[in-house]
Design a protein around this ligand. Structure first.
Ligand SMILES: [Zn+2]
Length: 408
């Protein structure tokens, strides 16, 4: 049998193992499609009769469809290939940030449909939900011709109570104890809504991704650098949540107790040194908070603009980036020393300038790493063009169908 993570395996009832077999089958079809029933039986290490039963069920529910026949005959018959029915449902992935909110429509496979839409984030929670409703329905009408969707995956730059759907604290949005799930459920009636912290969602999407490269890493850290800093830690294949689902807030660990003021109100947090507003503040020589009113030229100047200036030999821009790189490396070293991951992922616009800052980041990690191995932890950059936070939001929806059992 295939390997199942015992921690996820809460109750070994008939229903549970049936559900897990369905998810394994769907995950394998998604990864290997087009795939025949015989191949699926081989991949699942089970017999044809079991697979036939399972597939009949998935065909009936419309989750799987039959497609073109294979050109090669097997035992005198041409097998019919199986595919995931990507038209089965429509989902919306939403990435909420202090500066802007981004949204993307996807099919049942998590494949992007149409362009990504973005709009300024409203800071009043009710206004935020109303605006989101307008934008989501408009995007759905534009891209799929109907204002309805089956699922919404939404990532928040803050700490979230998963049971109640309350945002406990989102520093860059200045939200504390905001009931988000209830107004969202009212706004999007009949839609399943999945909320997650953005750093955690990004980490989950990395371990859930079925890129087929055969690499299954069980101890990873994801660091998302944007208006704030989000971190997701996975240990032994499990996301570290803690008692209140707020574990992993490395962005608010101080680098210096008398450093610049952070969005959380404290001084000298890692975030206050490496977030996009922190880097821009360093460049402009004054405080650029993501949601403070700025003059138009400053408000429209982004971290990408700063990177472009650094590339065209603006030494002030390069200095600002190099300082961020050093602080990024020092903070990463603390995380590496604390959790000993096998890989670090870094996402965010800052990674566009990775070639300009990589040496500084790695030097700072080596300087503070407690052992030689810790100083050499591989770093994988997740390019902004992959929209890792939106991919994280997508994973909240697709993982329920495809990835709950960790298929090794
Ligand atoms: Zn802070």
């Amino acid at each position: 049998m295939r390997k199942i993570n015992p921690v996820d395996f809460t109750l070994a009832t008939r229903g549970t193992s049936r559900e897990i077999n369905r998810q394994i089958a769907l995950t394998l079809i998604r990864t290997h499609q087009p795939v025949s029933r015989a191949d699926l039986a081989r991949l699942m290490e089970t017999n044809r009769a079991n697979v036939t039963l399972l597939i009949n069920e998935l065909l009936q529910e419309g989750l799987v469809r039959e497609g073109a026949q294979a050109s090669q005959k097997v035992r005198g018959r041409k097998p019919t290939f199986l595919y995931i029915n990507s038209q089965k449902s429509v989902a919306v992935a939403i990435d909420v940030r202090a500066s802007r909110t981004f949204l993307m429509i996807t099919d049942a496979m998590g494949k992007q449909v149409g362009d990504i839409v973005s709009f300024p984030t409203k800071f009043d929670p009710q206004e935020f939900v109303t605006e989101l409703g307008i934008q989501v329905r408009k995007a759905l009408l534009d891209k799929v011709g109907s204002a309805e969707c089956d699922d919404i995956g939404l990532v928040i730059p803050g700490m979230l109570d998963r049971k109640t759907g309350f945002v406990l604290h989102a520093p860059t949005l200045r939200w504390r104890n905001v009931n988000l799930l209830e107004p969202l459920s009212k706004e999007f009636k009949g839609t399943d809504i999945h909320l997650e912290n953005s750093g955690k969602a990004c980490a989950l999407s990395q371990i859930w991704s079925t890129r087929g490269d055969g690499l299954v890493l069980t101890d990873i850290v994801y660091v998302s650098v944007s208006d704030g800093v989000g971190v997701g830690v996975v240990m032994n294949g499990e996301l570290v949540r803690g008692k209140h689902n707020t574990a992993g807030e490395f962005g608010h660990v101080p680098l210096s107790i008398d450093g610049p003021q952070c969005s959380c109100g404290a001084n000298g947090c890692w975030e206050a040194y490496i977030s996009n507003p922190a880097t821009l503040s360093r460049y402009f020589g004054r405080d650029i908070a993501a949601r403070q009113p700025q003059s138009v030229d400053v408000a429209e100047f982004t971290i990408e603009d700063l990177i472009a200036r650094a590339r065209s030999n603006d030494s002030k821009a390069l200095t600002a980036l190099h300082s961020t790189a050093r602080y990024l490396g020092l903070g990463l070293a603390s995380i590496i020393n604390s959790v000993d991951p096998s890989q670090i992922y870094i996402g965010g616009e800052l990674t566009e300038g990775w070639d300009l800052i990589e040496a500084e980041v790695r030097a700072a990690i080596k300087e503070r790493a407690l052992t030689k191995d810790l100083g050499e932890v591989p770093i994988r950059i997740v390019p902004a063009i992959e929209h890792p936070r939106l991919r994280g939001a997508v994973a909240l929806v697709t993982a329920r169908t495809f990835a709950a059992p960790k298929v090794a």
